[in-house]
Design a protein around this ligand. Structure first.
Ligand code: PEP
Length: 260
């Protein structure tokens, strides 16, 4: 039986785009999608830097485009003396209800740990937000045969901070670190194997059937079909190819062909 999970295509802009560029992108993407708006689209999530969150959100609303705006990170605490941080309450104040948590660049360059990722996930759910929680093994882990163990550790850490009832609300992105920004996409069958393994770990904790699990790592229009055709891949988290409306639309179009 085909999955009832609605696909998600999320674009992570990382530290790119001014407000002007963000508004232009949102308009250009909607111009491409609008003619297909009657079709069943995936949930389309745009993750700009903090400075362009309001631009993407208001531009989407003005265009009546059903884009979801998500932050790329947040602090777990509500407020306090944490210079430079942005809290869940602050995102909610902007009307932002989705947030990427534990991206490998946050883990690698900003010392995020399984524990902090789990806390942030718990905070997002506590505030009624949808977290897209990133997990993934480094090249060395894969070469040493440690992929499954690393993924299990990362997923189980998150599960300690959430209730079984929250499982349908959480989104997991499997992003092998060696595939991010490298052009080396993970083989679709192997990506599906790991996504199914993630679903298995979740299912030991509660019902995992509605949890959406995305693949991320060098997703492009020409590899989207193979990835999205897999049973346990419910969408993509896209970095580089989400920066241009043409390529992001190409990915959305391919995902529609498979999962519609
Ligand atoms: C990402 O930033 O999450 C990502 C997957 O990047 P890219 O698509 O460029 O590999």
């Amino acid at each position: 039986m085909a999955s009832t999970r609605r696909p998600i295509i999320a674009g992570n802009w990382k530290m790119y785009k001014t407000t002007q560029e963000a508004a232009a992108f949102t308009k250009a993407l909607w111009e491409k999608i609008q003619p297909h708006a009657g079709a069943s689209l995936p949930e389309i999530v745009i993750c700009p830097p903090y400075t362009a969150l309001t631009t993407v959100k208001t531009s989407s609303a003005d265009l009546k485009a059903p884009f979801i705006t998500a932050a790329q990170n947040m602090e777990s605490r509500d407020n306090g003396a944490y210079t430079g941080e942005v809290s869940p309450l602050m995102l909610l104040d902007l009307g932002i209800r989705w947030v990427v948590i534990g991206h490998s660049e946050r883990r690698q360059y900003f010392n995020e740990t399984d524990e902090s990722v789990a806390q942030k996930t718990g905070a997002a759910l506590k505030h009624g937000m949808t977290p897209i929680v990133c997990v993934g093994e480094a090249l060395q882990d894969r070469e040493n045969g440690l992929t499954d163990r690393v993924i299990e550790q990362q997923v189980r850490a998150v599960l300690t901070q959430i209730t079984a009832a929250a499982l349908p609300k959480i989104v997991i992105a499997y992003e092998p670190v060696w595939a991010i920004g490298t052009g080396k996409v993970c083989d679709a069958t192997e990506a599906n194997r790991v996504c199914a393994l993630i679903r298995h770990f979740i299912s030991e904790y509660g019902n995992a059937e509605q949890t959406r699990i995305l693949y991320g790592g060098s997703v492009k229009p020409d590899n989207t079909h193979a990835l999205m055709s897999q049973s346990d891949i419910d969408g993509g988290l896209v970095g580089g190819a989400s920066l241009e409306a043409d390529s992001f639309f190409g990915i959305i179009e391919q995902a529609c062909l498979v999962k519609a």
